[in-house]
Design a binder for this molecule. Structure first.
Ligand SMILES: [Cu+2]
Length: 169
């Protein structure tokens, strides 16, 4: 039995996105395309020592359905954007997609850890990656912008946006 368990754990640990660097990252590295998926934004620390009071996620264009999980102690605000033409969100056609989802509350002390959860519909685009730029708001008017996407010129940006790869559907 042990022989099976160890290799599975090793494989499961591989996709974790840079846990040592904390920042704000997703709990998943990859999800199937064209599926409903629970994703959690992990907040490992505040803004340079200040407690977190807000987390705002900007949804990538391909995501046309997203619902935040209710979180005690935090209020949720959703903004939407109009779509040029109706697209399927998995339950029919929609002309509107979520643009940003923001939690406000806490405060979440710098030394503590928490997760902010969305249920999303992933786009039907296997092999691509979705970036979710996040702004972290903290006490004292401080903020951290986790918005940079890796490029050839800057493969390891200082403040990377959480990224989700899309696998086969
Ligand atoms: Cu960090």
């Amino acid at each position: 039995m042990r022989a099976y368990i160890l290799p599975l754990l090793a494989v499961a640990a591989l996709p974790a996105p840079s846990p040592a660097r904390a920042h704000i990252v997703l709990d998943l590295a990859e999800a199937p395309a064209a599926s409903y998926q629970r994703i959690a934004f992990r907040v490992g620390h505040g803004c340079a020592g200040a407690a977190t009071t807000g987390v705002e996620v900007r949804l990538p264009e391909g995501v046309v359905a997203a619902r935040p999980m209710v979180k005690p102690g935090w209020t949720i605000a959703i903004t939407t954007r109009a779509l040029e033409r109706p697209v399927s969100n998995g339950h029919g056609l929609t002309r509107e997609a979520p643009a940003t989802i923001a939690w406000q509350g806490g405060p979440l002390p710098d030394a503590h850890y928490d997760e902010f959860v969305l249920m999303i519909r992933t786009p039907d685009a296997p092999g691509t990656s979705l970036a979710f730029p996040v702004v972290q708001f903290c006490e004292g008017g401080v903020r951290s912008d986790w918005v940079e996407t890796p490029s050839d010129a800057n493969p390891r940006p200082r403040s990377p946006a959480p990224v989700l790869r899309l696998g086969a559907r």
